[in-house]
Design a protein around this ligand. Sequence first.
Ligand SMILES: [Ca+2]
Ligand SMILES: [Ca+2]
Length: 469
Amino acid sequence: MRNPHVLQRRIMLMVIALLVVAASGLVSPKQAAAATTMINNSNPAIVYQNMNPASPGRGLGDYQDDVHYATLDGAYFQYTFTGTGIEYITEKFSDQGQVDIYIDGVFKQTVDCYSLARQVQVSVYSISGLTSGTHTIKGVKKDGTYMLLDALRVTSDTAPVIKVAAVGDSITTGSYPAQLGSLLGSAYEVRAYGVGGTTMLKNGDHPYWDTYPFIDSGNWLPDIVIIMLGTNDSAAQNWQYKNEFLGDYTDMINHYKNLSSSPTVYVALSPEDYWPGNVVSSEVVPLQIQAANNTGSTILDVNTATKNMAHNFPDNIHPNEAGSTTIATVMYNGMKAAGLPALVNAYGKTEAEDFNSKSGSVQAEWSSEGSPNLGFIGTGDYVVYNHYNFGNGATKFDARIASDNTVGRIEIRLDSPTGTLAGTVYGVNTGSYQTYTTQQTTIASVTGIHNVYLVFTAGLNLNWFQFKQ
Ligand SMILES: [Ca+2]
Ligand SMILES: [Ca+2]
């Protein structure tokens, strides 16, 4: 974490920062429709031809700190997975070239892994919308000095929808996120967005702000974000900027809170640092507490929980498995105490105006039926209702609608505005926009937990809806 190559990295990171700024406008938010699994390059199910593991512990921010590499053109990696999509995640650098990507034996695209500055954990290729089932990705080295594989991210169509982004440094690249995922259970997905050596300080020697996982963690539109950054900031070359720590921390909390998914942000106090003379507990943690208090964020007190257990921090900084268990447990207990997002019973009546988020001109207005309705609906507008628990399956949808024409439509979609279409409500002419009728629509069976998206065609008002088994 305390990197000796500070100067070299600082120059490199300045270049990355510029590239990130240039690229960030182009990154479109990923749709949140499905569960994903990271497959590390070390996974024995990956077939390699003329590729070898690089020395582990490269310390460059790789996923799980390792990669496989090839020097011969024509070398390849191949992986067979079950799901609907996959991403090829690797490093880009000046000694790398092009890679030909095949899906199910069909050439798809040549991706370019060349970059003047080193960039880690870059998703250089992704495909989605494959038919649910077994598929194979193959990446073949075309040119350049090296081809690397860091990880593959598989998308499957079983969809736990409460998304937890674990943001942090090398401590977050350890096992705590996976352990926290086990504690939270199957309705949650915890994704680790840790990058080794990174700082909260924008003027630190390796700011988290300048990494791809920082961008990706926001694009994922998480429901919950856990930030645990500060350990690397405490190093002398970074802590000279300590007066900026509170402001930078507050900025990061607000960055995540302002995402369209309006996540709950937790401030994890950095673990006890057993390095002699460090200032984590004495100086960093008090500022983390202040940042949490200034933003109304809940604190997860990892610092107190990891005191007096030097045996669980063998290199004085990084937790071993037992240390990661302590971190995951204190986080889980803190999140539970603060109230984890409740699941909504899909079979209760939902007032349409009680949406979690919306897009377009649609808004609540006075209705003739006491409870407000959604009106001012434009075509393409949508409203979102989070965390609906369908259990064994909904097959009908009642909608309380009104219109003076039959043009309006409501598409019931799952987990994104373009997600699975469960059914369509067709508008009926009730004589006026405030004369309501309950219209029942048969829908494709919906099971499990989903965010419900109602996507509109203009021409009707909606007062309430209710799924039926
Ligand atoms: Ca890796
Ligand atoms: Ca209503």
